[in-house]
Design a protein around this ligand. Sequence first.
Ligand code: HPA
Length: 283
Amino acid sequence: MLTDPDDYLRRLDQAASAVSKKISSSPLVGLILGSGLGDFLDELAGNLSVSYSEIPHFPRSTIVGHAGNLVFNSIASMPWIAMQGRVHYYEGYAITDVVFPVRVLARLGIQKLIVTNAAGGINRKFQPGDLMVIADHINLMATNPLLGRNLDPFGPRFPDMSEAYSRNFRQLACAVALERKINLQEGIYVGLAGPSYETPAEIRMLATLGADAVGMSTVPEVIAANHAGIKVLGISCITNMAAGILDKKLDHAEVMETTTRVKDKISSLLRGVLDRLATGAEV
Ligand code: HPA
């Protein structure tokens, strides 16, 4: 919980102004690229990359597979900014630090956010390597980034979460997937604190609760984005089947291997979505 909201706001301002000095225009779209999902940016020409270490107060990930760069570019004169790597609650960061970067992006002016993550598949119709557009989430992290004094410059005390993941964006992602012949699942993401993977009994409980995929990120950022009035698209990469679904153990290496395997598919989907956002095709 925020102990000194005014200091937090000051730190946000310092971080946002350091970034805005480096970029040429205000980004409209933000992307948060999860474990191993940020590589596609390397293929684009004209990227301007800023290391998190150059941005005051910006939290840095301690996890293998998470780079730490803000990448700025534009498509068809629509400026966007991507986070290559994020921090997680389980790393020991305060929940308000977990959402610090998304609030910096909000300060820079983004109105739309695309969030990606690696997740375990609970829905038995899913397979490792599938992509899932997030229809909604269940917050089981036992915390909330908005706890404490409300940050009035960002949004209201009690933000609406009834369309946390924009219906328009979900339709847009499905249209792009169809066009590019990408098989796209849709489902509910449940966010847990981690870092231990779930037990089979927990996975059975989560299935009963209506979850299709489980992960340890995204929920805090999406809450902070909704608070700030930012429309969200969420894409999960199903990197493994959740505990107990298959007769095998879970490990982070499998998560990384699957993200590498689906890199082209998720890159194509994200590229298609950015193209459509740039031409205003989503509304
Ligand atoms: N559980 C939680 N988080 C995850 C998983 C999982 O099975 N796979 C990738 N992130």
